[in-house]
Design a protein around this ligand. Structure first.
Ligand SMILES: [Zn+2]
Length: 322
């Protein structure tokens, strides 16, 4: 099967240059989901990554996220629609939903203290998250109903956890809150980030959350990916969004009507790129759910905002969070 998180060779080369800015530990390949072909960063290795299960299995661990087939995606849509009908949640409600998401940040340091981030960096990340979800980066950006509030920062010193190993264990041991609480683990892993989907919460609540490379926070050392866009991208998945290039040029792509179809993930910020010339619109290279450079990101769409509101209501709301 075709991986949905590929990067061009040029991107891999550039990414490996970027990675050389910080040390990659020898045990990095024990990650649950190492980047294909080496340790080049990927925007994300998430539940959509078709090859992620196989890679996890080669490490002797159970895959900690699912591949999603077309049938599974259809089942998620049907399940969400049924719950929304039961809750009498309409498209009007989706347009007016306002949610403040409590967030716990878990800094997974090595035993010698590598992977540390300052509180200022974390606050800068939250400013970025709220600017992005608040539509502040572009006049064309949707103002989603989501804001994020930092509730706590916890620091752990464990060499294995620092490099992303034993992720099922460390997530289950450290996770805080219910379905509506975002847990963000900052690690040093082969990719830039990993996310779980809202529809998976019921089956695996202790694994729920996002893992983000600590050096992708604002001021971090990963060139082109250090303005906080990775956490926004992963939070988008956590709220139920797929990649804008999901499904390529075929329908229904990412299940969102106002994100033009896109054949490939974007590398860099190529204005005017159109990888599905037979379909309406240029590639949405400025969308947070593409793989563009952080400085290229500036928007979620109205359709994505509505989808996040729907997915929140179907799978994350009313969980007794604190
Ligand atoms: Zn992604």
């Amino acid at each position: 099967m075709t991986p949905l998180c590929p990067r061009s060779l040029a991107a891999v080369g550039a990414a490996m240059l970027a990675l050389s800015l910080f040390a990659v530990p020898a045990d990095a390949m024990r990650l649950d989901e190492p980047a294909p072909g080496g340790s080049a960063p990927q925007r994300c290795i998430d539940a959509q990554a078709q090859d992620s299960g196989a890679r996890a299995a080669t490490n002797g661990r159970q895959p900690d996220h699912r591949d999603l087939t077309v049938e599974e995606k259809q089942a998620i849509e049907q399940r969400a629609d049924r719950i929304l009908r039961e809750k009498r949640f309409s498209s009007y409600d989706a347009g007016t939903l306002s949610v403040d998401v409590p967030v716990y940040v878990h800094v997974m340091l090595s035993e010698s203290g590598e992977g540390n981030v300052s509180r200022e960096q974390i606050l800068d990340q939250f400013a970025a998250l709220n600017a992005h979800f608040g539509g502040q980066a572009s006049p064309e950006a949707a103002v989603t109903g989501f804001t994020f509030t930092l509730k706590g920062v916890k620091r752990y010193y464990n060499d294995t956890w620092h490099t992303g190993g034993e992720s099922v264990r460390y997530r289950s041991l450290t996770r805080v809150g219910g379905a509506g609480t975002l847990n963000m683990w900052l690690v040093d892993m082969g990719g830039l980030g990993i996310a779980t989907f809202p529809s998976d919460y019921d089956a695996a609540p202790k694994k729920d959350g996002i893992r983000v490379h600590y050096a992708s926070l604002p001021g971090g050392s990963i060139e082109n990916y250090n303005l906080g866009g990775t956490a926004t991208h992963e939070a988008g998945h956590w709220l139920g969004l797929y990649h804008t290039f999901d499904g390529g040029c075929s329908r229904p792509n990412d299940q969102v009507g106002d994100t033009p179809a896109q054949r490939f993930p974007t590398d860099g910020c190529p204005e005017g790129q159109d990888t599905c010339p037979g379909r309406r619109g240029l590639d949405p290279i400025h969308n947070y759910m593409d793989y563009s450079y952080d400085r290229c990101y500036n928007q979620f769409t109205g359709g994505q905002s509505a989808r996040m509101a729907n997915m929140w209501t179907a799978f994350r709301a009313d969980d007794g969070r604190f």
